[in-house]
Design a binder for this molecule. Structure first.
Ligand code: PMT
Length: 398
C-alpha cells in the first residue's frame, strides 16, 4: 500500500527522535518516497544527515533558510500522507490550536493530506487533561493518533508514553492512504464471545478470542473499506476501523442493528450466547446458599435481525460446528445468509482461540467449498476474495 506513495515524516524534539530514523527506514523499505521535516529541537536529538542518508533528500529544518521560499506549503501539497513521529506534548498543543510556529506544525497546517500522529512523552504529560483534550481535538480533525506504548522512558523512568513501534506507525500510514478494491465500502463485523451476567462477578460465556473477526476486519481495512467492528473481544487498531466494544448479546444486537442500515457487507463472526440468565443477581451468589437454579431466556438473534431487514447488506454468517457439514448447509438456508462460513471447531488448530482455522464455504444453494487449515489472516483474505466474486455476480462493482 505504500509503494510509490509520497510520505512526509515530521520529527519533533523528544528523545524518541532517534527512533524516527527506524521509521524512515521502514517507510523507504515499503516503497514510499519519503521527505522529512524537523524542528530545531529535534536536531538536538538526531542529526539531519541521518535522514538525508536514509531518504536521499535533506530534511527541511529552518523555514527561512531553504532554497524553497515556502517549504512547508511545498511539502504539505506534495504529501500523500504526513506522519509526525515523535510528537511531543508541545507539538500536540500546537497542532490542536492551529499554530504554525515551527517547520513541522507549519507543514501539517499546510496540508490537505491525511495526518498520522505518534506521540511520545512522559506518562504524566500524556495523562494531563490538557494533552487528553488536545488529542481529542486532533482526532476531531480526522488525524489518526498512534497511541504510545508502555515501557522504558527517558531518564530511567518507565510507564505509558513510549513511542509506538515503527512498524505500527508505518502500518497506520499505509492505513490512512486511500485506495484498494473496497474503497467506499462500509463493512460491519461482529467478533468475540459475548458474556451474559449471572451475578456481579460471574457470566455465561464461550471461548471466542475475537481473532477470526479481527483478521476479517484488518483484511477489509487493508483493502480500503471503512469497518465497524462490534466486538466482545479486544479489537484492533487501524485508521479505518471503528471499534465498538460490547459485552452481552443484547448490547451486540443494539450496536450491530444500528450500524447495519448503512453497511454494504456484514460479517457475523462473533460467538453470541443463545441464552442468558433471565435475571442477573445484583450481588454475588454464595456457595453457602447451595447450587443455584438459573433460569435462562433466549437472547436476540443478531444475524436474523439483519437478514430480516428490507434493504439489507450482503450477509455472511459463521457456524461453529462440532459434527459434519449437513447442519451448516441447513443453517445457511435457515438463516437466509448470502454465504456461510462453517467452522470446524473440533479439528486440531481450528476454531476458538487458535491462530489457524479450518472452514468450509457454504452457499445458499447448498454448494460447499472446503478449505485446508490456514492462518486466520489467510482465511480472511480468501473470504474477501470470495465475497467480491459473489457481489460482482450480483452486479455490485466493489
Ligand atoms: O474468535 P476466535 O477465537 O478466533 O474463534 C472464531 C470462532 C470459532 C468464534 C468463529 O470462527 C465462529 O465460528 N463464529 C460463530 C460462532 C457461533 O456462535 O456460531 P453459531 O452457529 O452459534 O451461530 C451462527 C451465526 O449466528 C453466527 O454468525 C453468529 O454470529 C450468529 N448469531 C448466533 C446467535 C445469536 N444470538 N446471534 C447471532 O447473530
Amino acid at each position: 500500500m505504500l509503494a510509490g506513495r509520497r510520505v512526509v515524516l515530521g520529527i519533533t524534539g523528544g528523545v524518541a527522535a532517534y527512533k524516527a530514523a527506524y521509521l524512515a527506514r521502514r517507510l523507504v523499505e515499503r516503497g514510499a518516497v519519503v521527505r522529512t521535516v524537523m524542528t530545531d529541537a529535534a536536531t538536538e536529538f538526531i542529526g539531519p544527515h541521518t535522514f538525508a542518508a536514509i531518504t536521499g533528500t535533506r530534511p527541511v529544518v529552518d523555514l527561512f533558510d531553504a532554497d524553497d521560499v515556502s517549504p512547508h506549503t511545498t511539502l504539505g501539497r506534495w504529501a500523500d500522507a504526513i506522519v509526525v513521529a515523535p510528537a511531543t506534548a508541545a507539538t500536540l498543543a500546537r497542532l490542536a490550536n492551529g499554530l504554525s510556529d515551527d517547520s513541522v506544525s507549519a507543514t501539517v497546517l499546510a496540508t490537505a493530506a491525511p495526518v498520522v500522529i505518534a506521540p511520545a512523552m512522559h506518562t504524566e504529560m500524556w495523562m494531563h487533561p490538557a494533552t487528553v483534550s488536545n488529542v481529542e481535538r486532533l482526532e476531531s480533525f480526522g488525524y489518526h493518533i498512534v497511541s504510545p506504548e508502555a515501557g522504558a522512558l527517558a531518564g530511567g523512568d518507565t510507564g505509558l508514553g513510549r513511542l509506538a513501534d515503527p512498524d505500527r506507525i508505518a502500518d497506520a500510514v499505509a492505513g490512512v492512504l486511500p485506495g484498494g478494491p473496497l474503497t467506499g465500502v462500509e463493512v460491519l463485523i461482529t467478533a468475540g464471545g459475548t458474556r451474559e451476567p449471572i451475578d456481579r462477578v460471574r457470566f455465561l460465556g464461550n471461548h471466542s478470542s475475537g481473532k477470526m473477526g479481527n483478521a476479517i476486519a484488518a483484511a477489509a481495512a487493508r483493502r480500503g473499506a471503512h469497518v465497524t467492528l462490534v466486538t466482545a473481544g479486544p479489537g484492533i487498531e487501524h485508521p479505518r476501523v471503528t471499534v465498538v466494544p460490547v459485552d452481552t448479546a443484547a448490547e451486540m444486537a443494539e450496536a450491530t442493528w444500528e450500524m447495519a442500515e448503512k453497511a454494504d457487507v456484514a460479517v457475523m463472526a462473533a460467538a453470541v450466547a443463545d441464552f442468558r440468565p433471565a435475571k442477573a443477581l445484583d450481588g454475588k451468589l454464595r456457595r453457602s446458599d447451595g447450587p443455584p437454579m438459573i433460569e435462562l431466556e433466549p437472547t436476540p438473534d443478531v444475524l436474523r435481525g439483519i437478514s430480516e431487514m428490507t434493504d439489507r447488506p450482503f450477509l455472511v454468517g459463521f457456524a461453529a460446528e462440532t459434527g459434519g457439514i449437513d447442519e451448516a448447509v441447513a443453517k445457511a438456508q435457515r438463516k437466509d445468509v448470502d454465504l456461510l462460513v462453517a467452522n470446524d471447531v473440533t479439528a486440531p488448530g481450528s476454531g476458538f482461540g487458535t491462530e489457524t482455522n479450518q472452514v468450509t464455504i457454504v452457499l445458499p444453494d447448498g454448494s460447499t467449498d472446503p478449505w485446508s487449515l490456514l492462518p486466520k489472516s489467510e482465511v480472511a483474505e480468501r473470504l474477501w476474495d470470495r465475497i467480491a466474486e459473489l457481489r460482482k455476480s450480483e452486479g455490485t462493482s466493489t
